[in-house]
Design a protein around this ligand. Structure first.
Ligand code: MG
Length: 303
């Protein structure tokens, strides 16, 4: 299973404290050292609406460049895509939203208008040499409309599947999904498309890791997580953030799925950013430690 690190984007975007540009770059350096090879580093949102991401271009100018590391920029519209291409990200993650009200409020356009514009956007990103993902936001539930019918998500998957897109992501933006929802949405998606499916999970209601395991069993190719589990939910002020990279790494490795990550370095990255944010770390593995510990007789080597 490929873990996609979204701490620098979704994590920091939903934390109150704005982290200095140089600290964001140092954080990303630590994530690269930990073995993360796809990192959602920035969002090209309006700086007045998302001040935490206002320095996206400066962050991208400072990140370590390696052939093995791909940096993803989140994009909501044409303007964001222009910025993404100019900034030198390797991938554009273009967001469309599954529910009408959320689409209007988040993107300032209807679902139909957003979908109509996708063809040109994905083509332009691809022509600029970027890998392209489309994330379907609020696929598991909407903060304004509640339940999102499966058909609504399926209709969007059908449109996206015909475009020049490398991967389709289903996002549990507000963290309401359960493993039953993961099964329903992932199997529906896989019946429609042969493109790789990625899931974006939050642990808002403590179902994030159960959802991740369901995704593993269904053959999902990539999971988003934030180191330390930093972040939150813009619609639940006291909620926790994404599933945590180190906890997900443990779950996957102990379930027989290789992530290629270095546990000790993940903890280092996580401690660094929670220190800069001055918050307790939501993730648990940094407190509990790996199992089995390295000094047990006959132990598996730490990975
Ligand atoms: Mg999110």
């Amino acid at each position: 299973m490929r873990i996609i690190e979204v701490g620098p984007r979704d994590g920091l975007q939903n934390e109150k404290r704005v982290v200095a540009t140089q600290d964001k770059i140092s954080y990303i350096e630590l994530l690269v050292e930990a073995g993360l090879s796809r990192i959602e580093a920035v969002s090209f949102a309006r700086p007045d609406r998302v001040p935490q991401m206002a320095d996206a271009e400066a962050v991208m100018a400072g990140v370590p460049r390696r052939d093995s590391v791909s940096y993803i920029g989140l994009v909501m519209n044409e303007r964001g895509l222009n910025r993404a291409i100019a900034s030198g990200v390797n991938e554009a993650n273009i967001v469309v939203v599954a529910s009408e009200t959320f689409s209007q409020r988040n993107q300032g356009m209807s679902v139909k208008v957003a979908l109509d514009g996708l063809d040109a956007m994905t083509q332009r990103a691809s022509d600029a040499g970027l890998a392209v993902s489309v994330t379907i936001g609020a696929a598991f539930g909407c903060p304004f409309e509640g339940e999102v019918p499966t058909k609504q998500v399926a209709d969007i998957v059908r449109v996206v599947s015909d475009l020049n897109v490398d991967e389709i992501a289903l996002a549990d933006t507000i963290g309401v999904g359960t493993p039953a929802d993961v099964k329903r949405l992932v199997s529906t998606t896989m019946e429609i498309t042969s493109k790789p499916v990625r899931l974006h999970l939050h642990n808002t209601r403590n179902t994030g890791y159960a959802n991740a395991f369901a995704a593993l069993e269904l053959g999902v190719s990539a999971l988003d997580s934030s180191s330390g589990g930093i972040g939150g939910c813009p619609f639940s002020p006291n909620a926790t953030g994404n599933i945590a990279t180190e906890d997900l790494h443990y779950l996957l490795e102990r379930s027989g799925s290789t992530t290629g990550l270095d546990f000790d370095r993940l903890i280092e990255a996580s401690n660094f950013i929670t220190g800069r944010l001055d918050i307790p770390t939501p993730a648990l593995l940094g407190r509990a430690g790996w199992f089995p510990a390295a000094d047990y007789p006959d132990s598996l080597s730490r990975t």
